[in-house]
Design a protein around this ligand. Structure first.
Ligand code: GLN
Length: 542
């Protein structure tokens, strides 16, 4: 039987970063709570084929999917809010669309036609949206268009979703526009003119939104709602107020209160669905925001000026914290500042309950990270290393415990006499950078008797990866002689080190992971690795 997918297209206006991704994810959450199978797609109009080659400073974290897609961080929000796994097909970029069209053109698949933005690019976009939606067997597919209406690079995507509305029919598609209603600091007045303009811009392309979600600091005032309703030509109840709240996980609750799901379902001809009981979610959100007790964690990395670079890690810590009824208080340290002596490394372990050395690429700040690892080890402060954080834990041990002074990862010193972390064998043959790391979900065998085994309670786990370098197995015996044991290996070949930990005699809680456990953490299913570090920080058992 052919199942019709219903499409919800979410566009943005006025400014980017107003919380369109959270709004879309919250809508997905509310519809899923009503029993629908919901999937989500993010469109990013940039030319990069995927986010993998982008600096986190520009665009925030690169979110890794199970199938090894290097995607936009909004996919992380979607996975966490809906508790689903997405694939790389759920992040569509201009680069991906053009790559596919140009590849077909070179193969002669267009049979002599002139290949053009309309219809070829727009058809490709529509095909990608439809096939990602169908692949997930979704009843409802939410498609979020990145950027704001009026961006030149967004035009082909707007045209494609306009056409889809026509082709799918009014009962199978709906347009929601999320835009900012700024408040003037002088008068405190909420202004709607920017929204009026962005709706006009959307209409100029041929899209009439049926719902406008206004982002604002405080709940939308009656007058603002009236004006948006009038100028956007939608009933007042279709103007939804999405105001600032204490935690992103409260957004579904404020949208639910305004009956946004009913409004959507009514338009999509899906009536008579009872309202779900969200008491459990409200309770969770209240635990997140009302927790009095804090757990202080020092975060050491090189992209700390843009916290979005570590978004999934921050969320994973919140989830783990909530499961113990505590709130993480994160203290950020720029590794370069430690390296240059601008910050005394001892500050990393002062007034803190744990230290995390974060993932990263490139040489800048790596000595600062090694120093942070050293002080955490020497002071027995609970420690977690992630990816590069694990690789540098090995370098630190080799330098400071084994006395191999110039030990290094070959990423930072290709000629080191002691290459304790090396490029993976298969990487040596590669010529291209994009999408070529060891990526995505890989099975891992946890060695019995280790703390990691105690945390996960399983012999085999699956975590997501994103790396090119790995621990050099030739040094494992020597590292073990100073108490740094291998706690997990890759199931595929048993040689790759996936986690390490110090013997309890050396350090009470020091664990580092090659994969990124943060990507699989969910609000109500926190990652065992993150629960581990929070428990150690609190001095309680998991
Ligand atoms: N740069 C290291 C590698 O490629 C670590 C990567 C990471 O931290 N995600 O292996």
């Amino acid at each position: 039987m052919q199942i019709t997918v219903k499409y919800i297209f979410v566009t943005g206006g006025v400014l980017s970063s107003v919380g369109k991704g959270i709004t879309a994810a919250s809508i997905g959450f509310l519809l899923k709570q009503r029993g629908f199978s919901v999937t989500m797609i993010k469109i990013d109009p940039y030319i990069n084929v995927d986010a993998g080659t982008m600096n986190p400073y520009m665009h925030g974290e690169v979110f890794v999917t199970e199938d090894g897609g290097e995607t936009d961080l909004d996919l992380g929000h979607y996975e966490r809010f809906l508790d689903i796994n997405l694939t790389k097909n759920h992040n569509i970029t201009t680069g991906k669309v053009y790559l596919s069209v140009i590849t077909k053109e070179r193969k002669g698949e267009y049979l002599g036609q002139t290949v053009q933005v309309i219809p070829h690019i727009t058809n490709e976009i529509k095909d990608m949206i439809r096939s990602a939606s169908k692949e997930s067997h979704a009843d409802i597919s939410i498609v979020e268009l990145g950027g704001t209406v009026g961006d030149i690079e967004g035009l082909p995507f707007l045209e494609a979703i306009r056409q889809m509305g026509l082709e799918e029919g009014p009962k199978n598609s709906i347009y929601i526009h999320v835009a900012l209603a700024p408040t003037l600091s002088t008068t405190g007045e909420q202004k709607t003119k920017p929204i009026q303009h962005s709706v006009t811009e959307l209409r100029r392309i041929g899209i009439q939104p049926q719902i406008v979600v206004a982002r604002s600091i405080a709940p939308l005032e009656e007058e603002a709602r009236r004006k948006i309703s009038l100028y956007a030509s939608i009933p007042k109840k279709a103007v939804i107020s999405n105001y600032d709240v204490d935690t992103i996980y409260r957004v579904p609750l404020i949208l639910e209160e305004q009956d946004l799901p009913e409004l959507i379902l009514d338009k999509l001809d899906l009536n008579g669905i009872p309202k779900p009981d969200l008491a459990y979610w409200k309770e969770y959100v209240d635990t997140l925001s009302n927790a009095q007790k804090e757990v202080r964690i020092s975060m050491v990395g090189k992209y700390v000026k843009l916290k979005d670079s570590y978004l999934s890690i921050i969320e994973a810590l919140k989830h783990a914290g909530a499961s113990f009824g505590v709130k993480p208080r994160l203290k950020w340290f720029e590794a370069t500042d430690i390296e240059r002596g601008k910050i005394d490394v001892e500050k990393v372990i002062e007034d803190t309950d744990a230290v995390i050395v974060l993932p990263g690429f490139g040489k800048r700040g790596f000595l600062g990270k090694i120093e942070a690892i050293r002080v955490a080890r020497e002071s027995e402060t609970p420690f977690m290393g992630i990816c590069l954080g694990m690789q540098l834990s090995v370098v630190e041990a080799a330098r400071n415990l084994l006395g191999l002074r110039d030990a290094n990862t070959t990423e930072f010193d290709p000629n080191t006499p002691h290459p304790v972390v090396v490029l993976q064998e298969e990487q040596k043959r590669l010529k291209q950078l994009g999408g070529t790391m060891r990526l995505g979900a890989k099975p891992i065998r946890i060695l019995p008797g280790t703390t990691v085994h105690k945390l996960y309670g399983r012999d085999v786990i699956v975590e997501r990866h994103r790396h090119r370098y790995e621990v050099n197995p030739d040094y494992i015996d020597r590292l073990e002689s100073v108490g740094l044991k291998v706690s997990a290996v890759s199931l595929e070949d048993e040689l790759r080190v996936e986690a390490i930990e110090y013997d309890k005699k050396v350090h009470k809680f020091f664990i580092a992971y090659q994969p990124h456990p943060e990507f699989k953490s969910r609000p109500l299913r926190p990652s065992p690795a993150f629960r581990g570090i929070v428990a150690a920080a609190l001095g309680v058992s998991v």
